[in-house]
Design a protein around this ligand. Structure first.
Ligand code: NAP
Length: 280
């Protein structure tokens, strides 16, 4: 019987842990503040920002929303970030992505003080992760490590295949799994014989954005399957990269979509806000 990994439950536990840490900091006169910068009118971004504000509220983290119009120039945005970098009351800074097309997202990420980069996207934090130094870690991959550990799924010495090599999921995931002593393969759209590669995995992590692409033929019997996908099926219903019903009989553990990896990302963002305060 496959174990269904309940990301909602684990993310709730992490939020409570963060709430307690924030309370202890408050007792010492220290407040934690997250500045969220939203540029433009993307409706999905508005929902994400609202969810982050709600999570802050729950954890006792002060959230400061900075809303900028669609026509904001890159220079104007960089000036706002500069101000937040210099503001001693601000613990963490997050610029909600995507930014409008006329703004260079990489330049924006590079402008954030790495010690306040609670998304873990700054090159300094990415570098720290790859050479094992302390730093802020990308939230979704860090959340996956929490799920694996809290469900006591062994990592060390096991074959882990990650499908996807984006800067926000696939690559940092590979670094974190290496840190946990897995034997790591990173596959992508140019990988030859992807099915065979996936069938080697004791732990298969999919981050492709391809709805229900991974059916049972990709799965080694007894593998743990972690599905990062937030995709839409042919009926427009939210689903993952994995064909959940099809693989269920073959796996030892699996994250559903929704309710698996998704809720972990905001919980780990809250965790990173406290972490940023500790790393100061
Ligand atoms: P991305 O930047 O589009 O990267 C997708 C990766 O998948 C690329 O490396 C691509 O390979 C690979 N890929 C695409 N099609 C493939 C195929 N047919 N076979 C093998 N590899 C393939 O996406 P992302 O930002 O990493 O996100 C991936 C998924 O995770 C999306 O569904 C996204 O919504 C979800 N996500 C969820 C959360 C969360 O909070 N739960 C957070 C972030 C992302 P190439 O590099 O060769 O193009």
């Amino acid at each position: 019987m496959a174990e269904i990994i309940n990301g909602r439950e684990v993310s709730g536990i992490i939020r409570d842990e963060v709430k307690e840490k924030v309370r202890l900091l408050k007792d010492r006169g220290i407040t934690v503040t997250l500045a969220v910068v939203l540029v433009g009118n993307d409706p999905a971004s508005r929902i994400y920002v609202r969810n982050k504000e709600k999570a802050c509220e729950y954890c006792g983290i002060i959230s400061r929303k900075i809303e900028l119009g669609e026509s904001t120039t890159q220079q104007e945005l960089l000036s706002v970030i500069e101000g937040l970098n210099a503001d001693k009351d601000v613990t963490g800074i997050l610029v909600q992505l995507p930014v409008p097309a006329h703004i260079d997202a990489d330049a924006v990420i590079r402008a954030i003080d790495p010690s306040k980069d609670v998304d873990g996207f700054h090159p300094q934090n990415v570098g720290a992760l790859s050479i094992g130094l302390p730093g802020l870690k990308s939230c979704t991959p860090a959340g996956i490590i929490e799920l694996l550990k809290r469900y006591e799924i062994p990592i060390a010495g096991r074959e882990c295949v990650i499908v996807g090599r984006s800067n926000i999921v696939g690559k940092p995931m590979a670094m974190l799994m290496l840190r946990e002593n897995a034997t790591v393969t990173v596959a992508h759209s140019k990988t030859a014989d992807l099915k065979e590669v996936c069938r080697r995995a004791d732990i298969l992590i999919t981050a492709t954005g391809r709805a229900k692409m991974f059916d049972r033929s990709y799965i080694k019997e007894g593998a743990a399957v972690i599905d990062c996908g937030m995709d839409r099926d042919a009926d427009g219903k939210l689903c993952g990269d994995v064909d959940y019903e099809d693989v269920l009989p073959a796996v030892s553990a699996i994250t559903p979509v929704p309710g698996g990896v998704g809720p972990m990302t905001v919980a780990m963002l809250m965790h990173n806000c406290v972490e940023a305060q500790m790393l100061r």
